[in-house]
Design a protein around this ligand. Structure first.
Ligand code: GLU
Length: 292
């Protein structure tokens, strides 16, 4: 039997905080508990916000915490070719379309719609869904706009991708980190609408790179925070559309700040570096997180 494969996948666009520590340590504990392997993946597709300094700080903080991972570390910015291949496949299968509406146009369309008294649907993160107009453009209209250098992003035709599947999609979610029980969760990717799969300035997206990499790296167990629970619906759809295997999932509790909200990278006092400098130890960080 092959060993389960886990991964911790931070983005080097800020310093790690207690929430990341919980995620990294939960991955380590679960991998150790079942004789699994643990990979580290640097999710740095956003070349303007991600830096080598933040990446170095991540490695330093994880080492300080006592984390161990397999080498080599996969850095997403070195694999744009793999994501381009996946995008090509979605294009060939007519599951993505060029979406030309600018942010301003999208906003105006929604304001106009809501002025008529009707609510515009929002995704699980609260962002308005993309209006479907461009999905209905003819091939000729698309080529004309592309030839005229109109900026566009590739968006998933979520309804089309869903309608091609033979059965309902979902995933298995572990009840807790002991992995002794799991439940079947129904995926509802339509609640995300037509998400961006690749942009002009970033030729991929978080969702596309994650599913491609999880498959390429043989990740069998995806362990991450509950803030990404709903994203799993969309990622399951992409996995099926691309013929990729499906991992099992565990979305762990989040570490909340004093205001009851999810920690952000700008909250300096919960940053691991700040905690270390204030005299905290890897053991006291574990206790803060409720891990013995
Ligand atoms: N890179 C993502 C983040 O830092 C995590 C991706 C994942 O675990 O699927 O939030």
């Amino acid at each position: 039997m092959t060993a389960p494969v886990f991964r911790f996948a931070p983005s080097p666009n800020g310093e790690l905080h207690l929430g990341h520590a919980l995620s990294a340590l939960t991955n380590q504990r679960m991998a150790d508990g079942c004789g699994g392997r643990l990979l580290l993946r640097i999710e740095d597709i956003d070349l303007t916000r991600c830096t080598l300094e933040f990446e170095a700080a991540i490695l330093r903080d994880l080492t300080w915490l006592g984390m161990r991972w397999e080498e080599p570390v996969r850095r997403q910015s070195e694999h744009f070719g793999a994501y381009a291949e996946a995008l090509d496949r979605l294009r060939r299968e007519d599951l993505v379309y060029p979406a030309f509406m600018s942010r301003g146009e999208i906003r105006a369309a929604i304001v106009e719609h809501e002025a008529g008294g009707q609510h515009w649907p929002r995704d699980p993160d609260g962002a308005p869904l993309y209006p479907g107009n461009d999905r209905r453009l003819s091939m000729r209209q698309r080529s004309e706009r592309i030839d005229a250098a109109t900026p566009f992003a590739w968006r998933l035709d979520t309804a089309a991708a869903l309608s091609r599947l033979k059965s309902r999609i979902g995933w298995r979610e572990w009840a807790d980190e002991t992995m002794s029980a799991s439940e079947a969760i129904f995926a509802d990717p339509l609640e995300w609408g037509d998400v961006i799969i690749a942009r002009r300035e970033i030729p991929t997206s978080y969702h596309l790179s994650v599913v491609v990499d999880d498959a390429l790296q043989g990740v069998s167990h995806v362990v991450r925070g509950r803030d990404l629970y709903f994203a799993t619906s969309l990622q399951r759809l992409l996995q099926d559309a691309l013929g990729l295997p499906q991992p099992t999932y565990f979305h762990h509790r989040l570490v909340l700040g004093p205001d009851g909200r999810k920690l952000s990278k700008s909250l300096r006092d919960t940053g691991l570096d700040a905690l270390r400098q204030a005299g905290e130890t890897p053991q006291s960080v574990r206790s803060k997180l409720g891990l013995q």
